[in-house]
Every structure is written in structure tokens, then in C-alpha cells.
Design a protein. Structure first.
Length: 460
């Protein structure tokens, strides 16, 4: 029963966390056709630049507080009132730092006009992210999931109202984001029960504050590295070409981003299971079996999606954005390796191997920048796609080698290499329009993964 409970707990957490996230991403998925029909490629490019920029600033100004909130919130030894008080101090510092740094936005021409919205988005997103992770750490997963769905729904309604009815364009989009975030913070504060422990009229636990910062600050560099890996392509496309290329690339990246977000449901649940298992038994069999099932799901689902992405995009996005379909299969190939890297990232977290995790993401970021500089001037959007996919492959190789220092996992390099070769060939043929042979390769990939899984199962 003990062994089965590990898998049961993992599945339970996946479904619990997935409920709200699937609802939220479902709303965003339905909104993409709307945005690509009412906005120009340049306008959509600006939105993506702002959203990605905010994603960088939140971990920097908060010193990646969210990791500490989750980690210390999960600990029964932590006083929750002290945790909230320390978090509030750091968030107040983050808001002040954001305001002080805001004049620097003037030098970023593409988003200069929307700098007040950027500042407010950074401040409010910082509060929201940390509030949601606190609620999650208190095992209120249903509230955490409801918040994701509620925020997405409110923001979507406001997007349509501001853009199509009031016709205020990008300002309407950013207003919808700000109001939706405020609704989320209010919901989490009251329904999530944060108000019960929100007491600032008591002495500050300086020791806890120091431990939280010691834990989170190193991970800030990890978050920055991931951001660089995801943003440098957009920044360089904007530098060498224009916002229109950024808009096309952003739409192409949207489908893989949705897949990545859905995979984050597994990642969040997997971290919880990996930490418990690593601290108790460190039995590699559990880790190995989860990897085999997870990797098979990744390769097969991405291959199947690649086969049908062109007709989907034909009816899914506006005509000006349709050409984005060409770049999606190769981005999906990179998404497989991003998913695998997240699997290994949970082992880093379980072993508290922060430095190894930071090293791997820095390598990913640096390699992404170098390849963007090489490929983008010559291949434009396709160059950014090459750089993104290859950087994720590199980070997986680094993490496989690093993980051997933490625990011995019998994960077949042959299986990873063969699956990758079949998927890459399938992706390339889809991009060339050769669907017949692509389908044959899909069958071969499916046969390989199923056959290999049963072979390994018999050998255990």
C-alpha cells in the first residue's frame, strides 16, 4: 500500500492543481483567436514584450520571495504570522524598488508609452504570486486552483469590454490585467485565509527573514536565467527586425507556452512527491518509473499535436498570424526538453541543490543568447526558434550529468536519443508539408515508446 500511495498522492495533486490551471489556460486559449483578429502583429508584439518584461522584474525586485514562501510555508515549524509579516516587509521593499527603477523604462522604446502600467503590474503581480503560493503551502489547493480560473475569467471579460466596446486598445488590455490581479489578491486574502495571520503589530522575526532571504536570493539568479532564455529571442527580434516579427513569434510560442503551463501542473505536484520521497527513502525506482511514463507522454503528445497544428492554426488565429504555424512544431520539440528539464529540476529542489540548478539555467541562458546572436540576423524568426530549442536540449544534458551526483537513476540515454531523433525528423517533415511520412514516423515513435516501456518493465 505504501508504494501505491506515492503514485496516488502524485496523481491526486496533479488533478487538484490542474483543475484551476486548465480552466485558466482554457480561457487564454479561447482568447488568442480574439486577440489575433482585433490586434495587429505589432500590438501583440508589444503586449508580449511587456508581459515578459514583468516576468523578469517580479523575481528581481522581490528577491524571488515566492520560493521561500512556498518552502517555509510547507514547514510545520514555521509560524505563519511571522511568515506573512516577513513577506510583507520584502514586498514593501519590492514596491519601493520598482518605483525607484521605473525611470529606466524610458530607455526601452517599445514599452516606454506603457511604463505606468508596467510598474503597477510588477507591484501587483509580486503580491499575487506570493499570496497564491502561501495559500498553496497551507494545503488549500482548491482555493489556489479557483483563483487561477477566476482571475483568467475576470481578465478575459474585461479584455473584451475594454478593447471591443470601449475601444481603448492596448491600454484596455493592461487595465484588464491590473483589475484581474486586484480581484485575485482580494480573493486570496479573504477566501484563502491570509487575513487570519496578517498581523503587523508584533516584533519582526529577523532570524526567519534572514533564512528566507538566504534561501530565495540564490534562486533569483535561477529565475533571471530562465527569463533570459525566454526573452532574449524576443528582444533580439525586436532589435534586428520589428514588433511585427515579435508578434508572429509570440503567437507561434503561445501554443508551446500553453503546453508548458499544463506541464507545470505535473511539475508542481512532482516537486511535492520528489521532496517527500527523497527525504524518506531516496528509492530510485519511483523516480525512474515516473520519468518513463512522463517522457513517453511528452514525446507522443507533442508528436500528435505537431501533425495537426497547421489546420488548427488555420481556423484558430487571424489571417495575418497564420504563418506562425510554421515555427510551432520545432518550438514544441524544445518544449519536450523543457518538460524533461523540469523533471530534473524537482530532484534539485528535493536535494536542495540550488547551486547546481543555477548553474544549469545560466548555461541555458548564455547558450540561448549566443545562438540568438548567431541565428536571428540570418534566419529571423526561425533563428529564434533554433536557439530556443537547442538551449533546452543543452540544459537537459547538463541536468542529466548533474543528477548523477545526487542519486543514481537508471534512465536510458538510448531511449532519449532514439525518441528525440524520431520526433525531430517528424517535426522537420511537418514543417516541409510531408504529412504522410510524418504519420509513419509517429507510428514508429509510438511503437518505440510502448515497446521500450514494456521491455523495461519486464526487466525490473
Amino acid at each position: 500500500m505504501g508504494n501505491k500511495k506515492k503514485y496516488y498522492d502524485l496523481l491526486k495533486n496533479i488533478f487538484a492543481l490542474g483543475f484551476g490551471l486548465v480552466g485558466a489556460k482554457g480561457v487564454q486559449f479561447l482568447l488568442l483567436p480574439y486577440f489575433t483578429n482585433v490586434l495587429t502583429t505589432g500590438q501583440y508584439g508589444v503586449i508580449d514584450l511587456v508581459v515578459t518584461f514583468v516576468g523578469l522584474m517580479v523575481p528581481i525586485v522581490t528577491l524571488e520571495l515566492s520560493d521561500s514562501v512556498l518552502r517555509f510555508g510547507l514547514s510545520e515549524e514555521t509560524n505563519k504570522t511571522d511568515l506573512i509579516q516577513c513577506s510583507t516587509i520584502i514586498l514593501a521593499f519590492a514596491a519601493l524598488l520598482t518605483i525607484i527603477l521605473s525611470p529606466l523604462l524610458y530607455f526601452y522604446k517599445s514599452i516606454r508609452e506603457y511604463s505606468p502600467y508596467v510598474v503597477l503590474m510588477v507591484v501587483l503581480q509580486s503580491i499575487r504570486v506570493n499570496s497564491s503560493l502561501y495559500v498553496k503551502s497551507q494545503n488549500r489547493v482548491s482555493v489556489y486552483s479557483m483563483d487561477s480560473a477566476l482571475t483568467a475569467f475576470v481578465t478575459a471579460i474585461l479584455d473584451i469590454y475594454f478593447i471591443s466596446i470601449l475601444k481603448i486598445g492596448l491600454q484596455g488590455y493592461f487595465l484588464a490585467e491590473l483589475i484581474g490581479t486586484c480581484v485575485s489578491i482580494t480573493f486570496l486574502f479573504f477566501v484563502g485565509g491570509i487575513y487570519r495571520n496578517f498581523k503587523l503589530n508584533q516584533p519582526l522575526d529577523k532570524a526567519l527573514l534572514k533564512r528566507m532571504l538566504s534561501y530565495s536570493i540564490p534562486l533569483m539568479f535561477n529565475a533571471i536565467s530562465w527569463w533570459i532564455a525566454s526573452f532574449s529571442d524576443r528582444a533580439m527580434l525586436n532589435l534586428f527586425f520589428s514588433e511585427s516579427e515579435v508578434g508572429i513569434y509570440s503567437v507561434a510560442a503561445k501554443i508551446p507556452a500553453i503546453i508548458t503551463t499544463l506541464l507545470s501542473v505535473f511539475t508542481q505536484a512532482w516537486i511535492m512527491s520528489a521532496v517527500r520521497e527523497y527525504e524518506k527513502e531516496r528509492n530510485p525506482i519511483f523516480f525512474e518509473r515516473v520519468y518513463k511514463i512522463y517522457s513517453a507522454f511528452l514525446f507522443i503528445s507533442v508528436a500528435a499535436l505537431s501533425l495537426v497544428i497547421r489546420p488548427i492554426m488555420k481556423i484558430y488565429v487571424g489571417q495575418d498570424f497564420f504563418k506562425a504555424w510554421y515555427y510551432i512544431p520545432l518550438l514544441l520539440f524544445g518544449t519536450v526538453f523543457l518538460g524533461i528539464s523540469n523533471y530534473y529540476g524537482a530532484i534539485y529542489a528535493a536535494a536542495k541543490a540550488n547551486l547546481l540548478e543555477i548553474k544549469s539555467t545560466i548555461i541555458c541562458a548564455v547558450s540561448n543568447i549566443i545562438m540568438n546572436l548567431i541565428f536571428i540576423p540570418h534566419y529571423s524568426i526561425l533563428g529564434a526558434v533554433y536557439a530556443t530549442a537547442l538551449s533546452y536540449v543543452i540544459v537537459v544534458i547538463v541536468r542529466i550529468l548533474d543528477t548523477r551526483k545526487l542519486m543514481h537513476l537508471k534512465i536510458s540515454v538510448l531511449d532519449l536519443a532514439m525518441s528525440s531523433a524520431l520526433l525531430l525528423a517528424l517535426v522537420w517533415l511537418v514543417m516541409q508539408g510531408n504529412i504522410v511520412i510524418s504519420v509513419l514516423l509517429f507510428v514508429m515513435l509510438l511503437a518505440w515508446k510502448v515497446g521500450y516501456y514494456f521491455y523495461e518493465y519486464r526487466c525490473v
